[in-house]
Ligand binder design. Structure first.
Ligand SMILES: [Fe+2]
Ligand SMILES: [Fe+2]
Length: 180
């Protein structure tokens, strides 16, 4: 991982308790590969998964839930390992990425790592309630599903809001320079 990446996630990487939970996963080749794909905006799938993993870990700890499973499954929940932007647009609704990628992520996670039942459930059900019939079995599965939606929204909205603020500032400066 690059120096820029290490700097960006310095706080997380230096949290020894968190890193102990994900030590077999965090620096693996399969997880690192997620940095090759954009999830939303300019956020890579790896960055998104680290955000979901760390926030889920913190919340699970606060709520006295299984924070290790939350951290590990959070990091693996989008391990589908392809660029979803390049998928054919005409697929039937239930074959679209939003519905199918949890299963693909679970297949990959099972292939590379040893998972407990809760971690499998978290990964498989993280798109609930979109995947209506895949009802979460554990409180931790609900938690990651919520954190994933919150994180995805902030990763998508914040860069757009920042860009809009920059354009507004540019407009104000241009306006001010005309009447200066
Ligand atoms: Fe996902
Ligand atoms: Fe996600």
């Amino acid at each position: 991982m690059s120096i820029g990446f290490q700097n960006k996630y310095n706080k997380i990487i230096n949290n020894k308790e968190y890193m102990k939970c994900v030590e077999d996963v965090f620096y693996s080749d399969a997880v690192k590969k997620m940095d090759e794909y954009i999830q939303h905006g300019s956020t890579t799938t790896l960055e998104h998964c680290i955000n979901v993993s760390y926030h889920s870990y913190k919340l699970a700890k606060l709520l006295h839930l299984d924070c290790k499973s939350a951290a590990r499954a959070g990091l693996l929940h989008d391990l589908f390992l392809y660029d979803w932007h390049l998928l054919p647009k005409g697929d039937p609704l239930f074959q679209k990425h939003g519905f199918t990628h949890p299963q693909k992520a679970l297949e990959n996670a099972n292939k590379y790592f040893s998972l407990n039942d809760m971690e499998k459930d978290i990964i498989e059900k993280h798109m609930w309630p979109l995947t209506l019939r895949k009802f979460p079995k554990y409180k931790e599965s609900f938690l990651i599903s919520f954190v994933d939606k919150y994180t995805s929204t902030s990763e998508t909205v914040v860069p757009v809001a920042k860009r809009a603020a920059n354009y507004a500032m540019l407009f104000v400066m241009m306006f001010a320079s005309i009447f200066h």
